[in-house]
Ligand binder design. Structure first.
Ligand code: ADP
Ligand code: ADP
Ligand code: ZN
Length: 216
């Protein structure tokens, strides 16, 4: 079945973690603008160099840059059966650009799943986060540890802590979320697409809640 989904939520809400479950079940690609930008930084491209300054400061990369990345990505053949957008859109301007892009393709979004977690939980989730260098799988030193320290369970890749997962940068990212991204909750509610999910509890519990939602 064709499914186009947005995972919305503050940094640390569990978008990447939950996207893995949806990918496994529905066999559609996860598209994370954060992953696309980190790949550009790693490859040292011009776009990557520009983006890094914003990312290190915990600010958003300019809209036209991420809209360009997404527009190219959605044209790839693996997106024909649907996709999960993780971390995009993050501003009203991005959401409007996405509506225009989809209209141009004669497509519409199926669901916007907003994962809701109180700010008080997010700092601990982000300061303990470890990510796989190879496959981008997510771990947590306390809440979701790998079987062997520093090694990805899924692919054997090396786990690392992101540069922007330190306390001062996290504070700035949470602030940016409340100012620039949280208005998207009203944006999608008005369009009848919003599905709110309690993002507290175990990773499996939340996966179950999202799964139930996607059947509606
Ligand atoms: P996001 O993509 O929304 O920024 P992640 O999926 O990377 O969030 O999750 C942030 C961190 O919190 C990761 O270290 C992840 O292992 C951990 N995490 C995810 N879901 C939960 C949960 N339900 N309870 C505790 N920790 C979680
Ligand atoms: P998290 O879910 O932990 O906030 P992401 O990996 O989604 O992290 O994003 C990391 C950084 O990449 C953001 O802080 C921002 O600088 C940049 N970024 C990612 N997606 C977007 C976007 N849609 N618009 C602007 N900047 C973005
Ligand atoms: Zn891995």
């Amino acid at each position: 079945m064709m499914m186009k989904l947005i995972l919305l939520g503050p940094p640390g809400a569990g978008k990447g973690t939950q996207a893995e479950f949806v990918v496994g079940k529905h066999k559609i690609p996860q598209i994370s603008t954060g992953d696309l930008l980190r790949a550009a930084v790693k490859n040292g491209t011009e776009l990557g160099k520009q983006a890094k300054t914003f990312m290190d400061a915990g600010k958003l990369v300019p809209d036209q840059v991420v809209i360009g990345l997404i527009s190219e990505r959605l044209d790839q053949p693996d997106c024909q059966r649907g996709y999960i957008l993780d971390g995009f859109p993050r501003t009203v301007a991005q959401a409007e650009a996405l509506e225009t892009l989809l209209q141009g393709k004669g497509q519409a979004l199926d669901h916007v799943v907003s994962i809701e977690v109180p700010d008080a939980d997010l700092m601990g989730r982000l300061t303990g986060r470890f990510t796989c260098r190879k496959c981008n799988a997510m771990y947590h030193k306390l809440f979701s540890p790998p079987k062997q320290e520093g090694v990805c369970d899924k692919c054997g890749g090396e786990l690392y802590q992101r540069d922007d997962d330190k306390e001062t940068t996290i504070r700035s990212r949470l602030d940016v979320y409340h100012k620039q991204t949280s208005p998207l909750i009203a944006f999608y509610r008005e369009r009848g697409r919003l599905r709110q999910v309690d993002g507290t509890g175990s990773i499996e519990q939340i996966a179950g809640r999202i799964d139930a939602l996607l059947k509606i």
